[in-house]
Design a protein around this ligand. Structure first.
Ligand code: CP
Length: 308
């Protein structure tokens, strides 16, 4: 089986079978990360460019390492030190990168839909590494990979997602993915951080964090994205933490074997206390490792498709 499309722009466009294919391929790739010699030839002779218009630690580095582990030629274009700073447009920038024989173009951009705009203009396969408030498909895939590894499956899982849902491309991609795979998603956030229509996508919107986490198999905190807020959407950070932090009292309500997740970066003490972030139930560090395996899988699958 292969991926059906040239690009990975969002979870919305993937079928459940394609999601399963990515997760199964990532299982194989994970062995490479723990091997003493991290070298495969899956991307031998291919070129990978990361183009980031927003800051990143995990996503950018995991794509770069994944490309190197698989033998690709790779380079990073940082918007702040490129000709973007001289006013070059997005289209001209990606066409320039494409003309250098790029096979895989990984892009993060603050505008929702930017990867969709460029995908039809370049020969390279475009991978969305986060576009505005829209989607972060590779984050959702690594989250599902982590849940499946810990819980043995995804169908029937009860997943609570808590925090700034409004601005979270992670929440949106996870929602699409989890519903496709048969999980139940419960959301909790201040009313001002909940976009309308989430129930029509299949989510259960809860009035309190307690309602969302009660009986959950997975509890996922979200970062407050102050940089995307034009005005204050809650009275104060300390009040937000009081009502919306995933703290120990909330964890008591989840299943005893519930796992704690966070896409990172985390504001300790606001989204969750350090005690919860570092608890035995936390799989946050595992998410980081799994991010490399999942990105290896995605680049390999898109690159294989280019070869046929
Ligand atoms: N989760 C995530 O996208 O983290 P970075 O912003 O560090 O890439």
């Amino acid at each position: 089986m292969m991926l059906n499309q040239k690009d990975l722009l969002g979870i919305q466009l993937l079928s459940a079978d394609e999601i399963r294919l990515v997760l199964d391929t990532a299982e194989t790739m994970k062995h490479v990360i723990s091997a003493s010699s991290k070298k495969t030839a899956h991307l031998q002779g291919k070129s990978v460019i990361t183009l980031f218009y927003e800051n990143s630690t995990r996503t950018r580095l995991s794509f770069e390492l994944a490309a190197k582990y698989m033998g690709a030629a790779s380079a990073n274009v940082s918007a702040s030190s490129s000709s973007v700073n001289k006013g070059e447009s997005l289209i001209d920038t990606v066409r320039t990168i494409d003309q250098m024989g790029t096979d895989l173009l990984i892009m993060r951009h603050p505008q929702s839909g930017a990867p969709h705009l460029i995908a039809s203009r370049v020969r390279a396969s475009v991978i969305n590494a986060g576009d505005g408030m829209n989607e972060h498909p590779t984050q959702a895939l690594l989250d599902l990979f982590t849940m499946r590894a810990r819980k043995g499956g995804l169908a029937g899982l009860q997943v609570a997602i808590v925090g700034d849902v409004m601005h979270s491309r992670v929440a949106r991609s996870n929602l699409w993915a989890l519903i496709k795979m048969g999980a139940t998603v419960r959301l909790a956030a201040p009313g001002t951080l909940l976009p309308p229509g989430l129930d029509s996508l299949g989510a259960i919107v809860c009035p309190t964090v307690a309602d969302a986490v009660r009986g959950a198999d997975v509890v996922m905190g979200l970062r407050i994205q102050l940089e995307r807020m034009q005005k204050a959407l809650f009275p104060s950070v300390s009040e937000y933490a009081r009502f919306y932090a995933v703290d120990e009292s909330m964890l008591q309500l989840a299943r005893k074997d519930a796992i704690i997740m966070h896409p990172g970066p985390c504001n300790h003490g606001i989204e969750m206390p350090t005690l919860v972030y570092d608890s035995d139930q936390s799989v946050i560090q595992e998410q980081v490792t799994n991010g490399v395996a999942v990105r290896m899988a995605i680049m390999f699958l898109l690159s294989s498709r280019r070869n046929v």
